[in-house]
Write a protein of this length. Structure first.
Length: 301
């Protein structure tokens, strides 16, 4: 293994360790005190904790469930994904156990049943950040992520995030029967509030996670069919400092030769690029959104 690859591996694992601790701290500060279930296996564990009055730590439950799943992932998904997920799970579980021993009352967000939407928003956003950054490094938070990834490999037509949505929806429905109150006459009172908080948490987690997974290097890809390739190419290079790829093509209707220019530009250059194209007649173009760009070409001198 060369030095660059080794350094990348070290950075990845250190980041995964930090993310796991942040994920555990997020649960302790914003979820535990506010009686709602987060996403995935953590949601099941949170409901078990609630039913047992915190006598069964979520950290132990996470280890019990995820270690077999990580072993499964090692053989049936990819080894790197399994190992990185296992590191996350172990650090996350141990952090939950240790944090439970510490006095965090001074910094916990206890909404006391009022405006509990705020801790759910904060927790969902943080969880989404952890989820997205970890996923970009071929890791996961374990649990339902492993199941969803395996199903998506076996059934590529099934969207990974829809599978997670179904699992989390089941957890949200179950929370309706778990987070109950006892009335003055001893009757059980059911409440939709934990269901709404769980759904809000899951939605925000998925939204933030997806935004991070897509990346910030979004751009626009232009396909230009023209009889002025040299002039347009020169302006792209001079004004936008971009290169382009030129392809030879033949019109299906006119049966005449044309040049197709393919060029990717960033969002800030969209209007300027359109202004360049407006100068030339006999030119047709369409544009597509690119979620992320990878790599660069060396500048030609």
């Amino acid at each position: 293994m060369n030095k660059v690859r080794l350094r990348t591996y070290i950075i990845d694992y250190l980041l995964i360790i930090v993310l796991a601790f942040v994920y555990a701290l997020n649960y302790e500060l914003f979820v535990l005190e506010n009686d709602f279930a987060p996403a995935g296996v953590g949601g099941i564990g949170a409901m078990i904790e609630h039913l047992t009055n915190l006598s069964f730590n979520l950290g132990y439950f996470t280890l019990i469930v995820n270690i077999p799943l990580c072993i499964f992932a090692f053989f049936f998904i990819t080894r790197e994904f399994a190992v990185k997920t296992a590191v996350f799970v172990v650090v996350y579980s141990l952090s939950l156990i240790v944090l439970r021993m510490a006095d965090l009352s001074a910094i916990k967000y206890d909404a006391q049943g009022v405006d509990t939407i705020f801790p759910a928003l904060i927790a969902g956003a943080i969880a989404g950040f952890v989820y997205g950054v970890g996923f970009r490094r071929n890791s996961s938070t374990g649990g339902s992520d492993i199941i969803a990834k395996y199903v998506s490999i076996k059934k590529p037509e099934l969207n990974f995030f829809w599978i997670n949505f179904v699992i989390n929806a089941a957890i949200a429905i179950a929370s309706y029967f778990v987070y109950t109150r006892t009335g003055d006459n001893g009757e059980i009172i059911y409440d939709y509030k934990p269901v709404c908080l769980c759904m809000l948490y899951c939605f925000l987690m998925s939204f933030v996670g997806n935004m991070i997974i897509k990346g910030s290097k979004s751009a626009y890809k232009f396909f230009i069919v023209t009889t002025h390739p040299d002039e347009i190419d020169a302006e792209i290079f001079e004004k936008l400092h971009h290169g382009a790829t030129k392809l030879q093509a033949k019109g299906a209707y006119s049966n005449t030769d044309r040049t197709v220019i393919v060029c990717v530009v960033n969002k800030r250059q969209l209007v300027e690029f359109r202004n360049i194209l407006k100068k030339y007649d006999d030119t047709f173009a369409f544009v597509e959104t690119v979620n992320e760009t990878v790599g660069t070409f060396a500048r030609v001198k």
